[in-house]
Design a protein around this ligand. Structure first.
Ligand code: GLA
Length: 302
């Protein structure tokens, strides 16, 4: 009997992306990490699909991932500490939590691909595979270096005394309401400015991994700042509110650098801080929600 035939539970984390933005759907290399905010789902077979959750909108995702996995209809109860619509990929956390509950024995990469297809089907947004991979196969104490063309991946140690801060711009959106698909088409068709972002971002991912491995923190900060400028000017996925937040973060002592994170068009910014400077950072940005995160294990890490 599979999990789909009886009661089950599944849990998956949200994710940050350290660097490598808007390159996954082009087969680029990305560096996300799973973080310690989680979506938990319990489920049992039922006459039809249903979702009981404080956050609306989960039904289409649950049904799509269930169908991808060949599961019969389920009644689900969802609880989550991944804030929706704010750049931590609450959708991937939900999808991967359902997959982990329904198909715990599946290979993590296969589960991530099933969740990516489910998200594309549920939303019509042609997302890449980065978020689902991070939620499935991220690892505590590490970032996940993922080649989205080959799906080869390896863990890169992430130091304990480097703090991940996620700053919520307050602009919450569903990707289906953004020009995400349009940006993807523009990049795929070779539009020069979009390609300039992609090429420069891929070089930054390589440099970022080298800097992480060498412990070169100033370099990490420079690369985050350059990534933001490129996403703002060449890929045009930032907004004035987000740009202002990023610049405020850059100015805080102990902040190595910051950039818009995830799909953009609002959502969250990512900042990296030297440990011990969190209080000052929180004070400097006290008018917005700041979440300090630690790396965590993905749902398919055993
Ligand atoms: C969203 C998508 C990802 C990726 C990012 C941008 O999070 O789900 O696949 O494309 O945007 O890097």
């Amino acid at each position: 009997m599979s999990s789909a035939d009886r009661g089950w539970v599944g849990r998956a984390p949200g994710r940050v992306n350290l660097i490598g933005e808007h390159v996954d759907y082009l087969g680029g290399v990305v560096l996300p990490a799973a973080v310690d905010r989680f979506t938990s789902v319990s489920g049992a077979p039922a006459a039809e699909w249903s979702v009981d959750s404080d956050v609306p909108g989960g039904l289409a995702y649950a049904r799509a991932v269930g169908e991808e996995l060949g599961a019969p209809p389920q009644a689900l109860r969802v609880t989550s500490t991944v804030p929706p619509g704010s750049g931590l990929s609450s959708s991937a956390a939900l999808l991967v939590a359902v997959a982990a509950g329904l198909a715990p024995g599946l290979d993590g990469a296969a589960a991530a691909l099933a969740c990516q297809r489910a998200e594309q089907r549920a939303t019509g947004v042609q997302v890449g595979v980065m978020d689902q991979f991070a939620a499935a196969l991220g690892r505590r104490g590490h970032a996940l270096l993922l080649d989205c063309a080959t799906l080869e991946h390896r863990l890169v140690p992430f130091p304990d005394d480097l703090v991940i801060a996620v700053v919520d711009s307050g602009i919450h959106r569903s990707l289906a309401d953004t020009p995400y698909n349009q940006r993807r088409r523009e990049a795929e068709s070779g539009m020069p400015r979009r390609r300039r972002h992609v090429e420069s971002e891929l070089a930054r991912v390589r440099a970022f991994v080298e800097a992480l491995e060498a412990g070169d923190r100033p370099r990490l900060g420079e690369l985050l700042k350059a990534s933001h400028r490129s996403l703002r000017d060449d890929f045009e996925v930032s907004t004035p509110v987000v740009d202002a937040l990023v610049e405020r973060a850059w100015a805080v002592p102990g902040c190595l650098g910051a950039r818009i994170m995830g799909a953009g068009f609002g959502g969250s910014i990512l900042a990296l801080l030297d440990a011990g400077t969190e209080a000052g950072f929180g004070q400097a940005l006290e008018d917005v929600a700041v979440r300090f995160c630690r790396t965590a294990d993905g749902a398919y890490v055993r």
